[in-house]
Design a protein around this ligand. Structure first.
Ligand code: MRU
Length: 342
């Protein structure tokens, strides 16, 4: 299995160590989370981000929150578990992987009620390690399936960061690029900068450069002209939540690209593990969209760029309707979307 030369998150000696993505690309620094509150803050503040990585961090967050306490009764253990799950569950509402991972952790306790608190905590750690390992494998498989769609010399446009920094493995959208490259195909990538907090410029460009991928950064508003004037073979993005009808919530600006891809007759692929699919949500309208602080828009790395008192609307994600999606690339294979069918 392909390994990256950096670790997005790692369990070390009873602590969750995460690569602090707010410092990239200028500095490679790590945050050691020793409490559930620290893990929750790190998720909220985007020190760790990306749907699968949020889920994995939350799973380890449960372990951190439950360990090293003296439980006197099953009720006490149960109350603490609910508290820990609620602290983590109240961080970011859109990525379903967070709730999927927390449900798995709760379930481990539910089906092992008769065990000692020490054994339960060990089982929780085991489950979070499994969630991490499974994600690695899912990324690998997504990479293999997705790479079959790319030919030597293809150029791909991507948005935000759906790479190793966003997952436990090689990434989803970017995992496809790495796999194609390992197969000997030369793939060029255009990366949207991804306002407001520039996951494309800071993170996608950084990690593609680490792997020697030919990457060119564009401003978000360049995408239409790029598609009109250069050869873009496809758009590949990740997902935070895929509704039952195939609508996809992903980083704000994804919908723009899907509309542009339609206008330029370009395939639009969504790469995501099945842990990002939410059959309980009928359609995209029902997905809760996180809104971020206005400071992320009015300020540029600590410097104000808009007049004080400026009104801001800053949804962190948008919803791309299923009819704009050519195909979904999951660990299970490639599932055709509705685009070009209608
Ligand atoms: O706000 P972020 O950085 O967590 O948003 C991340 C994205 O939108 C990703 O595209 C998505 O989570 C998929 S990551 C494999």
């Amino acid at each position: 299995m392909k390994e990256m030369n950096f670790k997005t998150l790692e369990w070390t000696d009873g602590e969750l160590r995460i690569l602090d993505q707010t410092k990239l690309p200028l500095r490679v620094e790590y945050l050691d989370c020793k409490s559930v509150e620290q893990v929750a803050e790190a998720i909220k503040d985007l020190n760790i981000r990306g749907a699968p990585a949020i889920g994995i961090a939350a799973a380890f967050g449960v372990v951190v929150g439950m360990q090293n306490r003296n439980y006197k009764s099953w009720e006490e253990y149960q109350i603490r578990l609910n508290e820990v799950v609620s602290i983590l569950g109240n961080t970011r509402p859109t990525a379903v992987n967070l709730f999927w991972a927390l449900d798995r952790m709760k379930n481990v306790v539910e089906v092992n009620k008769e065990k000692s608190f020490k054994d339960l905590n060990e089982l929780l750690l085991k489950e979070s390690i499994s969630i991490h390992e499974e994600d690695k494998l899912m990324c690998q498989r997504i990479g293999e399936h997705g790479a079959s769609l790319l030919k030597e010399g293809d150029t791909v446009l991507t948005h935000c960061n759906a790479g190793a920094l966003a997952t436990g493995g090689i990434g989803t959208a970017l995992g496809i690029i790495y796999t194609a490259q390992n197969q000997g195909k030369r793939i060029k990538v255009f990366a949207d900068e991804t306002r407001p907090v520039l996951q494309g410029a800071r993170l996608t460009v950084w990690e593609l450069q680490q792997e020697g991928v030919d990457v060119t950064l564009i401003c978000d508003n360049t995408a239409a002209f790029l598609m009109r004037t250069k050869k873009i073979d496809c758009v590949i993005v990740g997902a935070d939540r895929v509704a039952k009808n195939g609508d996809v919530a992903n980083k704000i600006g994804t919908y723009n690209l899907a509309v542009l891809a339609k206008a330029h007759d370009t395939p639009f692929y969504v790469a995501a593990p099945t842990s990002s699919f939410d059959p309980a949500i009928e359609s995209g309208e029902k997905i809760k969209i996180e809104e971020r602080s206005k400071d992320e828009v009015t300020n540029w790395f600590g410097k104000r760029i808009a007049p004080s008192g400026t009104k801001v609307w800053s949804p962190a994600f948008d919803v791309t309707p299923a009819e704009l999606i050519t195909a979904y690339i999951t660990e299970e294979g490639i599932k055709e979307g509705l685009k070009f069918k209608v």
